[in-house]
Design a protein around this ligand. Structure first.
Ligand code: 13P
Ligand code: 13P
Ligand code: MG
Ligand code: MG
Length: 369
């Protein structure tokens, strides 16, 4: 049976600042999703939030890039925006960057990750959702869990994965269209590293298993800054990763997140902090951060989802959260100097550029003696 898993997420307003959507917004999104199930558009669906972003997990049979599904998600976010406005919430409709829906949410603000699958007898998968970060947050953990035996012991122990994986990588700063490159491990290992070392430009769009040709992972690639032409909030990406059997085990997929790697995001989308793996429905707090990532595990069978398993709600991750806090505080101690704040090409606030122009006019070139 062919099933499509679609995750579409957006920030349509939040309580207290950029912290979390209101309960009324979540309730409304849940009502709309239930209606979608009753009407037969969806076979199942879930609503969660990560920081100020609402993620819709929609299960259906209409394939990826389906107009009705994308319109359904857009309309759901229009509904949650109405509630945010009625409650006077901050950033109501923040990620809805176009006035009217036109065919597909891609390029309109919401982030999306979708995969059409032939359901395996057991179909476990993970939905990752980030807040206060760009899509490049997935470069390190996705590459490591598919390509490195340090995390994916299956590359050595399970013959299924010996042929490696294909990475489709997008240049997200190219705005004329989708500029992508297809590279494989093990043969293109160093070329992939050369690209993924720059997570603000090159991001993983999807990962395919070489032996079976099956899609293992898909991630959102939207950069709000490039759609809106100015800073309107951070991209806050989502990803779907299938696990077990021909794919890495669930634990192997989660393994790289224990590093709490540094990424660009946090306050005003302009600071480097450590990614904190958090429980579902975690809020944002310190310095409009830290950057957070949640991971919900499901199985899907004949289009129906099981209950979620909340992977970062486990004592091991308390230690990682403490480590992430320490790493973030170490970086924050350096304030705006050097690597603490984004480099000029990634600074999404125009204030610095304008101030530099003003100051440049005051510079004098000293006459040579
Ligand atoms: P199975 O042998 O049950 O597929 O599990 C392997 C595994 O996930 C170990 O991490
Ligand atoms: P969001 O993209 O999550 O709305 O965050 C915006 C921001 O600038 C926080 O400081
Ligand atoms: Mg926000
Ligand atoms: Mg957000």
């Amino acid at each position: 049976m062919k099933t499509t898993l679609t995750v579409i997420k957006a920030d349509t307003g939040s309580v207290g600042g950029h912290n979390r959507p209101s309960n009324a917004m979540i309730n409304r999104a849940e009502e709309v999703v239930q209606t979608g199930i009753k009407n037969g558009l969806l076979s199942d669906g879930r609503v969660t939030f990560t920081g100020d972003d609402i993620a819709l997990l929609l299960v259906h049979t209409r394939g990826v890039d389906n107009l009705d599904i994308h319109k359904f998600a857009w309309d759901t976010f229009v509904e949650t925006t109405k509630i945010a406005k009625s409650q006077g919430l901050y950033g109501a409709g923040q990620d809805l960057l176009k006035d009217a829906f036109s065919g597909n949410v891609r390029g309109m603000g919401p982030g999306s990750a979708e995969v059409e699958i032939e359901e395996r007898p057991a179909e476990p998968f993970i939905v990752f959702a980030g807040d206060k970060c760009g899509p490049g947050v997935f470069n390190y953990p996705l590459f490591e869990c598919f390509a490195s035996p340090y995390h994916n012991a299956g590359l050595l122990l399970a013959p299924d994965m010996n042929a490696g994986f294909t990475f489709n990588i997008m240049n997200v700063n190219y705005t004329e269209g989708d500029k992508v490159i297809c590279l494989k491990v093990p043969q293109d290992y160093y070329d992939i590293c050369t690209l993924l070392r720059d997570p603000n430009r090159y991001v993983i769009e999807n990962v395919v298993e070489n032996a079976s040709g099956l899609t293992a992972a898909v991630a959102s690639t939207s950069r709000l800054h490039n759609i809106a032409g100015k800073y309107v909030g951070k991209d806050d990406p989502v990803a779907i990763v299938r696990t077990q059997k021909q794919f890495p085990s669930t634990g192997e997929i989660l393994s790289p997140w224990a590093l709490a790697h540094y990424t660009l995001g946090d306050n005003r989308g302009s600071h480097h902090v450590a990614v904190m793996p958090v429980k579902q429905n975690t809020i944002i707090s310190y310095f409009d951060g830290p950057t957070i990532i949640s991971a919900a595990g499901y199985c899907v069978h004949e289009g129906k989802l099981t209950e979620a398993v909340d992977f970062f709600d486990q004592p091991f991750w308390d230690y990682v959260r403490e480590k992430a806090s320490k790493k973030t505080l170490e970086m924050r101690a350096q304030g705006f100097y050097g690597p603490s704040m984004a480099g000029m090409d990634e600074l999404e606030y125009t204030g610095v550029t304008e101030n530099l122009k003003r100051l440049d006019n005051k510079f004098v070139v000293r006459e040579k003696k």
